[in-house]
Design a protein around this ligand. Structure first.
Ligand code: FES
Length: 174
């Protein structure tokens, strides 16, 4: 055993007996949490910025099916034809939502005439114009809304999610 390792061994033994090592360890924990290299200590992961469609391809009331933030999360992009909360575009009517019901993950059906999503499993209904508000049903959460951005060329990008996607502990998988 070298002099250095013998010294560390003796210091560790003294720490274990006296309990002083817990105090000495605190600055090291603080340094680790501040390190930009250690991502496992973060509580959230960054969302990807993904192009969903060009604005010219959207037709009022017609679903554009896609996925975000990964292929396992089905999403619908919509031009509602009437202004919506957090709607983007010249008419403030373009929104996107998860297609999985917030109750038990049922595959939602959109009805353009009412601007609502309907769940075939237990009949929950969500209002696309009102930020995915649950109108009726057994779900306890509104429908997760995809945060959108429109760039100068008319491309629509998904940049985040408001609400927790059904079946996940975090929207962005590690
Ligand atoms: S899964 Fe949609 S209401 Fe139950």
């Amino acid at each position: 055993m070298s002099n250095v390792s013998r010294r560390n061994f003796l210091r560790l033994g003294a720490c274990a007996i006296s309990g002083a090592c817990a105090v000495n360890a605190l600055p090291a924990i603080g340094r680790a949490a501040e390190s930009p290299d250690i991502t496992t200590l973060r509580t959230t992961l960054p969302y990807p910025r993904i192009k969903l469609a060009a604005i010219g391809r959207l037709k009022a009331g017609v679903e554009h099916l896609t996925a975000y933030p990964d292929p396992a999360s089905p999403v619908v992009l919509l031009k509602l034809g009437r202004p919506a909360i957090e709607g983007i575009g010249p008419d403030q009517d373009i929104v996107a939502f998860s297609r999985r019901c917030s109750h038990m993950g049922g595959a939602l059906v959109f009805r353009a005439e009412t601007g609502t999503f309907h769940c075939p499993l237990h009949y929950a209904m969500f209002d696309a114009q009102k930020d995915g508000l649950m109108v009726i049903g057994q779900a306890t959460d509104n429908l997760p809304r995809i945060e959108l951005e429109l760039d100068a060329t008319g491309d629509i990008y998904a940049v985040g999610v408001k609400g927790l996607l059904y079946g996940r502990q975090a929207n962005v998988l590690a």
